[in-house]
Every structure is written in C-alpha cells, then in structure tokens.
Design a protein around this ligand. Structure first.
Ligand code: SF4
Ligand code: SF4
Length: 148
C-alpha cells in the first residue's frame, strides 16, 4: 500500500468522490485519517501499489490535490526514552514495551498531518521524511509524459 494525502477544496468537499473512485476503479481505498469540514479538508489514505497511478489520476481529474505525505524517521542513538512523544501520538503509533523502551509503529503514523512527536522530542531524535516513493513518482511522471 502507498500512503497518499488528499486535499479537498471547499467546493468539492461534500461530493462523494472517494466512493465514486472506489466503485469505478473497484479499488480498496483505506482512509487512515481525515480532517474535513465544510471549508474543505485533508484525508490520508492507503492505496494498493498497483492501482496508484489510476487512483491519483482519478482524484486529480475531480479537482483533488494529491501529494505524498511525510512520515517519520527515528534516530535511536539520540532517543533517551524520555517518553514525551508517547502520550502525544493521536494514533498510538508510539508505545512503550514491557522494558519501557519506546517503540515506533510507522505503519500507523499519519505523517505530515500530525508531526506532534517531531516538535516535542527534546533530543531532536524524530524527523519528518518523505515517503520513499521515488519509483512511484517516476512512474507517474513517465505516464504523464505519455499522456501528452
Ligand atoms: S507524527 Fe504524529 S502520528 Fe506520527 S508518530 Fe508522531 S505523533 Fe504519532
Ligand atoms: S521524545 Fe524523543 S527522546 Fe523522548 S522517547 Fe520520544 S523519541 Fe525518545
């Protein structure tokens, strides 16, 4: 699965765009997090790798801005297990194990839509990083070139 960030403007936020794309392409799109109101919003979603091109194209055709979110990287050398980040994480992507060691579950992280732990870490052990999707981006660029 590839994580994508969808930005809906005020004029399209109430349209059932995701449902339409799921039905049309017969693709499972998993909503990981959403911050949406009548003024627009952001939705973080997981899309199967093989369908990424088609899904991105379908969203963009409907006026949705699609980007690839930043996720986090943790420097375990710098982390001194203070635990400050654990309680701040809204999706329980950071937990403590039995030894009180801080454990990061990056699959759960909602990336650039949050960033709470990045700001909070006194050791600057957590950084936002771009999802490693250079291959995907290259595929999209190549396809865009062919479509011209
Ligand atoms: S960026 Fe947010 S969601 Fe991700 S691990 Fe940090 S606090 Fe949790
Ligand atoms: S806030 Fe930083 S130093 Fe503290 S547990 Fe989290 S990553 Fe480690």
């Amino acid at each position: 699965m590839v994580r994508i960030l969808l930005r809906f403007s005020e004029d399209i936020v109430e349209l059932p765009i995701t449902a339409q794309i799921i039905l049309k392409l017969k693709v499972p799109i998993a909503i990981v997090a959403a911050h949406v109101n009548s003024k627009g919003g952001e939705v973080l979603a997981d899309v199967p790798d093989a369908m990424l091109d088609k899904v991105v194209k379908a969203y963009r055709a409907k006026g949705v801005v699609v980007s690839f979110p930043k996720l986090i990287e943790v420097d375990s050398e710098k982390c001194f297990s203070c635990g400050s980040c654990v309680a701040l994480c809204p999706v329980e992507a950071i937990t403590l194990d039995e030894d009180n060691t801080v454990v990061f579950n990056k699959e759960k992280c909602v990336g650039s839509t949050c960033g709470a732990c990045v700001e909070a870490c006194p050791a600057r052990a957590i950084t936002s990083v771009k999802q490693n999707n250079s291959i995907i981006l290259n595929n999209l660029r190549a396809k865009k070139g062919k479509d011209k």
